[in-house]
Design a protein around this ligand. Sequence first.
Ligand code: B12
Length: 655
Amino acid sequence: MAYSIIPDFSEVPLKQHYPAMEASTPTPEAEYDYKTCFNNGFDAWAKVLDGTGSSFAPFNAQMSEFAMGYMGVNAKHFFTNPELFVNGCLHASAELGFDTPDLIWDVYDIECEANGGDMSWFDELSPAINNTRPLIKTEKDLAKLTPPDPEKDGRMPFVKDVLQLFHEKTGRQPTIRFCGPLTCVSQYMQFEQMILQMNENPDFVHKVFKYVVEEVQAPYVNMLFKAFPEAGTNGSDAIGSLPFISEEILDEFSIPNILRLRELTGQNPKLQVDNWWGDSFSENTEKFWEKKKRVTPRYLKVQDPDLYQVGAVKAREWATENDSPLVFGVDNHVLQEGPEEEITRRVHEYFEVGTSGKAGDKFALYLCNLSSETPFEHAKMALDAIRSWRAGDRPYEGEIRSGGEYESLARSGEKGRWMGIGEAVADRATLEAEAKEGKKQIFSDIYTSVMEYRDDDCAALCQDALDAGETCADILDEGLIAAMDTIGDLFASGEIFVPEMLISARAMKAGLEVLRPIMTANEEPPKGKVLMATVQGDLHDIGKNLVCMMLEGAGFEIVDLGVNTDPKDIIKQAEDVGADVVGLSALLTTSMPFMRKTVNAFREEGKDFPIICGGAPVTRDFAEEIGAFGYADNAAEAVTICKGIVADKLQEANQ
Ligand code: B12
């Protein structure tokens, strides 16, 4: 069956990771009887989640990309052909011995794609909305949109077919997946624009939520409920996590819209959203878990890296006190990158704590995303760890490391590492006092206007400073850049979140606009020119955009090539604009090879630009190994490196 707006992939070659299968013919049923082989797992999950209690703790894993790699199927076929998709997931789950198969397609995209959202398709990973061309920028764009027909548009019918096949093959009720309303709106509006508009024009954003929830999501989910009235349902909401958003945004936008969707789909208490991260960023974890309970009433799910940070014991205690079934999620970075011992340790620790106490029979384990790049041995190791736990092996008994001071062997256990957040520097009052010390009043006022997100005041104060004869350089250094330095430090210490960073950057930009004409007329040079790009195959840009903002705040000129960037384009643009530094960002392990490819391409063409790399899965070692000039863990560090590169260049030129 062909679904609307899906390009023709008939010529796409197969990926050959694992023993390959013909993509054009559905994978064979193999020898498994899917109607019986997952029965114990399905029953155990049901007993855990309905609070009856299970005689063993079941597990499952997000694994569609892994199944795709395991079957040797190209993503463009896998995510458009229901036979391939369902057979692939069931076959891989049965073959590896999963308790249950967890069918999860690229769930963030379906609603926006069906409404005409621009999609990017890749060979080796799931497709994604191209967030550089959002559907809604203005009220006019919103008014022009016609809601999709769930029976016809995009891959909404694909999802229905997937559920139907799953039901036929397993004899079980499928789970209806949808995109959490907040993540869905960010797909329609683009993340930064959504956050800025929430601050500037919240009524508009509320209207977008209303449209998306009432006219797109409810009809879609209801179409699926009509076909599968007994189905479970679960939303995915990656962006509804701290510190992308604040708890205020959760309260104002996210929670009410999840509840509204529940209302519009027949008050089904099973309609839930269960994958918010950010527990370790919340000032009060227990209160955060109460918020989670509002949108996932039946159980508490806490996943790494937050789980490792706040501690499995704390989560166990809360769940027991609140009479809530409990699900722990094991870090996808640990599963993918190891170290190998950590995989077994982590699985055992979470089983030990999760199954402890009087509610220990209401516990299940979740392996957060086995990707197509997760080594087969690592997936096997996780499964062996589960088997050995069940067989009574307890090599690490009593060694509870999560929530403690243990230096984790796995870097993603460090606080905030996954968000590129560094070490605490100092508290806000100290940073502000230091920044203002001995400063002229006008600079101090400019600094404060940025810190307090007052765009108009910042612009007016910059004008006042110019009128009073101050130079652009001083206004920048003493006012705007000083403020962005503090903002960077506060973000690095986890004291402020992404929204505050975006809003302060906008205030800084308002001031910059006042200075720009004078700077251009005086030909006051920027501190340097940085070319930034997210590498090929990768559409994540939140981190890259933060780095751009901080660099701009530090006086650099930025040329941002956006996402999914071809190495050739990067080289050409670096030359055309005369970049002092080239910055590459990657958030997927599957796109990291393109970082290497880009660095190699510069080398092969003999183009000697200093390249710096970053993004959560990228490490200093990796950057060194591929021959990059530098690496930064976070936006503030990126500014320091760029300053260093430009200073060295100047020094060389002056010698
Ligand atoms: C937000 C998000 C999304 C959003 C992206 C929105 C956007 N506009 O970027 C959406 C929902 C669209 C999405 C889609 C997908 N995602 Co995603 N996503 C995330 C999430 C939750 C956060 C990533 C992020 O923005 N972090 C916050 C920023 C601030 O941190 P950062 O990028 O690291 O940046 C900082 C530093 O690293 C550094 N830095 C960053 N870039 C640079 C560059 C330079 C030069 C320097 C010096 C420094 C630097 O400074 C920044 C600021 O301090 C992570 C989960 C996680 N736990 O990390 C998953 C995650 C990255 N996604 C993942 C996956 C698998 C996907 C999808 C394939 C899912 C799917 N099945 O549809 C698609 C892929 C799309 C694609 N082809 O790119 C996986 C990756 C697994 C892996 N090991 O590769 C993760 C880890 C989730 C998971 N646990 O499975 N995702």
